[in-house]
Design a binder for this molecule. Structure first.
Ligand code: FES
Length: 161
């Protein structure tokens, strides 16, 4: 075998080794990236944060005397009567449609299947199996009305203003 041929074989052998070294380094880099990605996901788990069930309904003077105010975003009514202020769920107890106050009739009506309720939530007619539930309402130290949507109350309670 000539010297020239031996040198060519040695150069080919070196090129092959360099290729394997590059492939090895590339594999380690890909594995390191994958490990880093999983570590990041482990440190920041997927958690669904739900909004607080407590709603700030604002100051009492926001609600005129003898009024029913719907907050469609939170699904509550704030009712101001001569006795005080209270909160009702605006979600129909039949199949969960959002009800609406009808000022010309003085009642709350469900647009889906026709259930009707008095301003205090009592059912008048329709397929709804229960009255609109009262929600716990209280006043905080700043004078704002707070309503807990997750907490229907059995006993009717009002905030006196
Ligand atoms: S959802 Fe209200 S009457 Fe059916």
């Amino acid at each position: 075998m000539s010297d020239e041929h031996k040198q060519t074989v040695r150069e080919d052998d070196l090129k092959g080794r360099r290729l394997f070294v590059k492939m090895g380094v590339g594999s380690i880099a890909i594995a390191a990236c994958g490990t880093g990605l999983f570590a990041y996901q482990f440190m920041y788990p997927s958690v669904l944060y739900e909004p607080s069930p407590v709603v700030n309904a604002g100051k009492p003077d926001r609600y005129p005397a003898d009024s029913v105010t719907l907050d469609a975003e939170t699904g509550i009514y704030v009712v101001r009567s001569a006795e005080g202020i209270y909160a009702l769920s605006a979600v129909c107890t039949h199949l969960g449609c959002l009800t609406a106050f009808k000022p010309e009739l003085g009642i709350i009506a469900c647009p889906c299947h026709g259930s009707k309720f008095q301003k205090n939530g009592t059912k008048i007619e329709g397929p709804a199996p229960k009255p609109l539930p009262w929600l716990r309402m209280w006043m905080n130290d700043d004078g704002d009305l707070l309503v807990d949507r997750s907490n229907p109350i059995a006993q009717k309670q009002m905030v006196r203003v």
